[in-house]
Write a protein that binds this ligand. Structure first.
Ligand code: SAM
Ligand code: DTB
Ligand code: SF4
Length: 332
């Protein structure tokens, strides 16, 4: 008999809410640390097998030279970050790297481009990448900037499973971080992704100097979506020299854990990804993030342009008794 900690969707209690108030979310964030950790861990075990972590791998398919002004981003052309620009990669190179990622244990491959939005025949090339990566038996994800509905439908048709588009922060703090596209632009792209039938990967960045109220505002936006994003990346700012946020004060690590915990409590069936920033995190901090419900990471040695501690993950998983989540493709 198969036993699983996770209830099947049909038998699961209908405890997924989309009507969280911002006050409720602020109150969750302000709970005594161990009360919040206990709550989040309990919610996690109700919905997921304990200790399983989904593995995604990133590749930057077009690097740098971006016209946008995202204050955190090493790829914005207006900041002098010393990053080498690279044109759109050849399909073969992407497929070779995806094959390596699969051999390294990744089950989802995420292709990122430093675009405001795809232009000209960019999308045709990306669609070929998506088809070929999917043919390897990997889930596919892309993050290419803003999409109109036609572009979203084209990607869906090519076999794209997930589209990543982050809200980044609260509506109030957003204008301090990005001025070249609005919060509504982001919400519109997310609607197009949903309307095209793709799964949504949407989260944000913490540690940008925001207040707890801003973190509540971001979580409130995400938790109000119906359905919730299937994947919720919680990025800790990677401070890159030359960007406007390079000197911002460090976030209290416990506040990082609180953010992950409240994402878990408010979006109980979503995969919450411990995303950028792991390179700077201690093993103990990562353990706390897993305890409160993070169940996805980026594997490998690189995110898009910055370092990722993929080479150390095998040892960390062994020490914590974590196991990679089985590939959905393998289950078919
Ligand atoms: N250019 C596309 C866009 O922004 O829509 C897609 C790629 S962009 C690099 C994807 C996401 O990476 C951003 O939305 C942001 O959340 C995250 N990101 C970028 N730079 C980061 C940094 N320094 N630290 C943490 N996350 C970062
Ligand atoms: C997401 O939320 N985080 C990833 C992925 N989605 C595309 C990107 C992190 C980028 C970190 C900085 C860099 O490596 O350039
Ligand atoms: Fe460009 Fe994306 Fe970086 Fe913003 S986050 S500057 S849109 S690559």
């Amino acid at each position: 008999m198969q036993t699983s900690v996770a209830p099947s969707p049909a038998s699961a209690p209908s405890d997924v809410r989309h009507d969280w108030s911002r006050d409720e979310i602020e109150a969750l964030l302000a709970l005594p640390f161990f009360d919040l950790a206990h709550l989040a861990h309990t919610v996690h075990r109700t919905h997921f097998p304990a200790g399983e972590v989904q593995l995604s791998q990133l590749l930057s398919i077009k690097t740098g030279g971006c016209p946008e002004d995202c204050a955190y981003c090493p790829q914005a052309s207006r900041y002098d970050t010393g990053l080498d620009r690279e044109a759109l990669l050849a399909v073969d190179e992407v497929v070779t790297k995806a094959r390596e990622a699969k051999a390294g244990g990744a089950t989802r491959y995420c292709m990122g481009a430093a675009w405001r939005s795809p232009k000209g025949n960019d999308l045709d090339v990306v669609c070929t990448m998506v088809r070929e990566v999917k043919a390897l038996g990997l889930e596919t994800c892309a993050t290419l900037g803003m999409l109109d509905l036609d572009q979203a439908l084209t990607l869906k048709d090519a076999g794209l499973d997930y589209y990543n588009h982050n809200l980044d922060t609260s509506p109030e703090a957003y204008g301090d971080i990005i001025t070249t596209r609005t919060y509504d632009d982001r919400l519109q792209t997310l609607r197009h992704v949903r309307d095209a039938g793709m799964s949504v990967c949407c989260g944000g960045i913490v540690g940008m100097g925001e207040s707890p109220t801003d973190r509540a505002g971001l979580l409130h936006q995400l938790a109000s979506m119906d359905p919730h994003p299937e994947s919720v990346p919680v990025n800790l700012l990677v401070k890159v020299k030359g960007t406007p946020l390079a000197q911002v004060n460090d976030l209290d690590p416990f506040d990082f854990v609180r953010t992950v915990a409240v994402a878990r409590v408010t979006m109980p069936r979503s995969h919450v990804r411990l995303s950028a920033g792991r390179e700077e995190m201690s093993d103990e901090l990562q353990a706390w993030a897993f305890f409160v419900g993070a169940n996805s990471i980026f594997t490998g040695e690189k995110l898009l342009t910055t370092k990722n501690p993929g080479g150390k993950d095998g040892r960390l998983f062994a020490r914590l008794g974590l196991t990679p989540e089985p590939s959905p493709a393998a289950a078919e």
